[in-house]
Design a protein around this ligand. Structure first.
Ligand code: PLP
Length: 353
């Protein structure tokens, strides 16, 4: 039987997508060739790329609004660097960042290589267990950067500050999970492996008009405008991860889109948080109002019960529940493809302790 997969990333994908993907590895589009042994310039693969890019804009409701979707490589970690490269002015560049977790911290480190970084809010004082609020974004910055969902600590931004300038958001672990007005962002990036597909490609959704304004020379591979002009095929794209991402996006569309999955995601989160709050053996790690619906972090109230609990969930076919080493405790990652039954299985085990 398939395990209940709470892995934080790479993570669970829809079973039907895995089946289609494995078939395409053997025989893609009835070509009697594998998806991964044909040219990325073949019309069959170009169609995959175009479908994946258009599904992104359709699901995010950004069609016809001046945005381009790109499937790049290097992970969200390379976007930490590409963002300042493409958006921070060469002379006197300045950006504002919120430091809400490990990933935000890494993004800040890269941006500092390019100019002045104002960390305008931070949750470092409490091990990133909450989302800072009521900060002001200076009007003179080239862009504002935030992280919508903090995968490791388990917090999530429920609202976003109003800002007239350029807004950049790392949505690696909650893109396509909840409805937002995505047009409030000018650049969104997300590594595929948290809610979309296999590791190896990174989704970038960028509003074209914000680019080309830095006055700096950008190496080709790091230049969003070059990737846009080449329809996301400046170099050989990650064909398999993009194909699987396309299948997952199609699966999401067939399900009813983000609106439909958000309802299920909220149900899953409500079920698990209710157990954490009512069961004296457990406590949540984060501020209640900032709790993530994707990554639920919690701890035992009595560490002596760790062995017993670990035995229980392992025996129940549950995978990937250990918390990140920087936080400890447990983390249940409940991405789009995780069924409600898996959360029920976890709750049943928690009740047994
Ligand atoms: C996982 C993650 C990253 C890093 O992604 P890579 O693709 O491994 O570079 C960045 N930001 C967030 C929020 C993440 O969850």
């Amino acid at each position: 039987m398939k395990k209940h997969n709470f892995s934080a990333g790479p993570c669970i994908l829809p079973q039907s997508v895995l089946k289609q993907a494995s078939e395409a590895v053997l025989n893609f589009d009835n070509l009697d060739l594998s998806l991964i042994e044909i040219s990325h310039r073949s019309k069959n693969f170009v169609a995959v790329m175009e479908k994946a890019r258009s599904l992104v804009l359709e699901l995010l409701n950004l069609e016809g609004k001046g945005y381009t979707a790109l499937f790049l490589q290097g992970g969200a970690s390379l976007e930490f660097l590409m963002t300042p490269y493409n958006l921070m002015k060469n002379e006197g560049g300045k950006a504002a960042y919120t430091n809400t977790g490990t990933w935000a911290d890494k993004a800040i480190k890269e941006a500092k290589l390019f100019g002045e970084v104002a960390v305008i809010a931070s949750s470092k004082d409490k091990n990133h267990s909450y989302i800072p609020k009521n900060y002001t974004i200076p009007s003179d910055v080239d862009y504002f950067h935030c992280t919508s969902n903090n995968t490791i600590s388990g917090t999530q931004m429920k609202t976003f500050p109003k800002f007239d300038g350029v807004t950049v958001c790392d949505m690696s672990s909650d893109i396509f999970s909840r409805e937002l007005d995505f047009s409030q962002f000018d650049l969104i990036y997300a590594g595929a492996q948290k809610n979309m597909g296999p590791a190896g490609t990174t989704l970038v959704v960028v509003k074209d008009e914000i680019l080309g304004k830095t006055g700096r020379t950008i190496p080709s591979m790091l230049d969003y405008q070059i990737h846009i002009s080449k329809d996301s095929m400046f170099n050989t794209p990650a064909v398999f991860p993009i194909y699987v991402s396309m299948l997952t996006l199609q699966w999401l569309k067939d399900l009813g889109g983000i609106k439909a999955i958000e309802k299920i995601n909220n149900e899953k989160a409500a079920l698990l948080y209710a157990e954490i709050d009512s069961n004296p053996n457990f406590k949540g790690n984060t501020a209640t109002e900032d709790r993530s619906i994707m990554n639920v972090t919690f701890s035992l109230t009595d560490d002596n019960k760790k062995e017993a609990f670990d035995k229980l969930w392992n025996a129940a076919g549950i995978n990937g529940l250990n918390g990140h080493r920087s936080v400890g405790g447990y983390r249940a990652s409940m991405y789009n493809a995780l069924p409600l039954e898996s959360v029920q299985a976890l709750v049943n085990v928690m009740k047994q302790l």
